[in-house]
Ligand binder design. Structure first.
Ligand code: NAD
Length: 240
């Protein structure tokens, strides 16, 4: 699998975890033009690639005003986009503060909408977009109302965008990971993660960020040319 060297890829949440692994995997597969967005400015860079770093929140419309201007100036267009930046957060509904609900919905849903809208504007014709949703948007778990609702809505955005983009062969899919070993799981030891994975996942383990990155790259590639509007669970059977 390889991408044309002139392909321009937008990845949000590029400083860590799945986003960073996706940048590195797309680079390994031939992409040499990147627009990366994160609140953390420590994003990947490569000696032989053009990398535009945009430091800002995906949930802030002004980030996208600046991103659309800068991407147009630097590259003229986008071909690929990964709507990935997100935050976790838990708490039973009865105890969930409205501010926490809004904070999670703001980053995970407003941010997904603003990223998707920018990508659909900047991809002039055919192309491919992947939204990183979560299996928590499908399977209810106690204490995961805000995160799960944000991810269910983000997955729905992928289906609507798939219909809207189809006439110009712009494909839009969502990947729904189960547990992935990334820094999003703050405050838990790797041993605790492993124990949780073994107890709740038929395959008995979390995914690595690199495994999810490879699946995102597949959905972006020509190998997935007939796949659009799909919600791809990558959860080791957790949702069965
Ligand atoms: P991560 O914490 O390693 O990476 C998330 C990145 O997003 C970070 O670099 C962070 O700085 C950035 N970010 C956070 N808020 C932002 C904002 N407002 N604007 C711009 N950037 C922002 O986590 P990850 O596990 O790699 O998560 C990536 C995506 O995968 C998220 O959408 C997450 O919900 C989803 N996901 C993760 C798992 C998992 O188990 N790790 C499972 C399912 C889905």
């Amino acid at each position: 699998m390889s991408f044309p060297t002139d392909a321009v890829a937008l990845i949000t949440g590029a400083a860590s975890g799945i986003g960073k692994a996706t940048v590195e995997h797309l680079y390994a597969e031939g992409v040499r033009r990147f627009a990366l967005v994160d609140v953390n400015s420590t994003m990947p860079t490569f000696d032989d690639a053009d990398v535009l770093h945009l430091c800002g929140s995906v949930a802030d419309p002004s980030t996208w005003d600046e991103a659309e201007r800068a991407i147009t100036e630097c590259f003229g267009r986008l071909d690929l986009a990964v709507v990935n930046a997100g935050i976790s957060g838990a708490g039973p509904i009865a105890d969930l503060a409205f501010e926490d609900w809004r904070r999670i919905l703001s980053v995970n849903l407003d941010g997904a909408f603003l990223t998707l809208r920018a990508a659909m504007r900047l991809i002039p014709g055919e192309g491919a977009i992947v939204i990183v949703s979560s299996i928590a948007g499908i399977k209810a778990e106690i204490g995961v109302a805000a995160y799960g609702a944000s991810k269910a809505a983000a997955a729905h955005l992928a289906k609507v965008a798939a219909k809207e983009g189809a006439a110009r062969r712009l494909r839009v899919n969502a990947i729904l990971p189960g547990g992935v070993d990334t820094p999003i799981w703050t405050g838990m030891s790797f041993e605790a993660l492993q124990a949780m994975a073994e107890a709740s996942t038929p395959l008995g383990r979390f995914a690595t960020a690199d495994e999810i990155a490879r699946q995102i790259a597949f959905l972006l590639s020509d190998r997935a040319a007939t796949i659009t509007g799909a919600l791809l669970a990558s959860d080791g059977g957790y949702s069965l």
